[in-house]
Design a protein around this ligand. Structure first.
Ligand code: F6P
Length: 323
């Protein structure tokens, strides 16, 4: 059966590159005579039958925009079968042959639920957290890290001028990729991340090592959920003779225009997704490795092995903490 109509949905936390990806999907699909609908507000809009028509005119000039023109939501009700069935019903009512889901692991789980009811799905990994472990990169990660690095460099400069230490919190949910890549790209001396957690005492030990051995006022990068950075800055100030401030990078990580790398990734993902649709291949997630896009079964994507760059983390330790 040839596909005549697809729908696109963005879900979970937005990220840079989602709009660039929507632009490519619509342009390539239209070129192949496939109609495209956009689902507004993620799975919530799917269940509320909130669709718009997407064409080249609608997606013109959106490539550099952060966020997602389709909006998104975190819709926990979608874990219930009866709610999923509403989505299935709306897709069938609108004669949608296949659905492209753009998002992170929660979004992929929603897609898995839909596919159990027969919906033809392609998933594209898009989350600043980079926490889908089967792919070496998710859309949005590169931009988010670059945004965070710029922020940290600004903070470092003003801290250095006043001889202050600083504890900086970055995003990532339960994944330390943003923290790690920020640490290796800035003047960071101490890192705390979920893949190799340290306790408060160890953190203090590393900060003191930096002051005493490296003779440097420390910059500490902490992945969210690891510590209360306000509290840690207070403790570090009390335990050292240095004034420590704290700073939370926050949502600037997730906003703004996508990096060149994310725009290119969006293009590669978009073209591959439509290629699979045209070939009638569904139930797949796309991934990126060695500059190439690959696809694998959605189930395997969600159950893939842990993949974290421990090599890079060890290099960081080697250069910063020889104890
Ligand atoms: O998943 C992306 C992310 O930015 C995480 O890094 C963070 O934990 C979370 O979303 C924040 O969620 P919200 O936008 O709901 O505050």
């Amino acid at each position: 059966m040839s596909v005549k109509k697809i729908a696109i949905l963005t879900s979970g936390g937005d990220c840079q590159g989602m709009n660039a990806l929507i632009n490519i999907l619509v342009r390539v699909a239209n070129e192949r005579q496939i109609d495209v609908l956009g689902v507004m507000n993620g799975y919530k809009g799917l269940c509320q039958d909130d669709f718009i028509k997407l064409d080249n005119f609608v997606v013109e000039n959106i490539t550099s925009l952060g966020g997602t023109i389709l909006k998104t939501s975190r819709y926990l009700d979608f874990k219930k079968d009866e709610v999923v069935k509403l989505g299935v019903k709306n897709l069938s009512k609108r004669k949608v042959d296949a659905l492209i889901v753009i998002g992170g692991d929660g979004s992929f789980k929603g897609a898995m639920a839909l596919s159990k009811f027969g919906v033809k799905i392609i998933c594209i990994p898009a989350t600043i957290d980079n926490d889908l472990r089967y792919t070496s990169r998710c859309l949005g990660f590169d931009t988010a890290v670059n945004n965070a690095v710029k922020y940290i460099e600004n903070v470092e400069q003003t801290m250095e001028a006043l001889n202050r230490g600083v504890v900086i919190e970055v995003m990532g949910r339960y994944c330390g990729d943003i923290a790690l890549y920020c640490a290796v790209s800035t003047a960071c001396d101490v890192i705390a991340l979920p893949e190799n957690p340290i306790n408060q005492e160890e953190l203090l030990d590393r900060v003191k090592y930096c002051i005493e051995v490296k003779k440097k006022i420390p910059v500490v990068v902490v992945a969210e959920k690891m510590f209360d950075v306000k509290e840690i800055a207070k403790i570090l100030s009390e335990e050292t003779n240095i004034e420590f401030k704290y700073s939370v990078v926050g949502y600037i990580q997730r906003g703004g225009s996508p990096s060149v790398a994310d725009k290119a990734l969006a293009m590669q993902f978009g073209v591959k997704a439509i290629e699979l649709v045209e070939n009638g291949i569904f139930g797949k997630a796309l991934g990126f490795k060695d500059n190439k896009i690959f696809d694998l079964d959605l189930f395997d994507a969600l159950n893939s092995d842990y993949n974290f760059n421990y090599e890079l983390l060890n290099l960081f330790y080697l250069l910063n903490y020889k104890k």
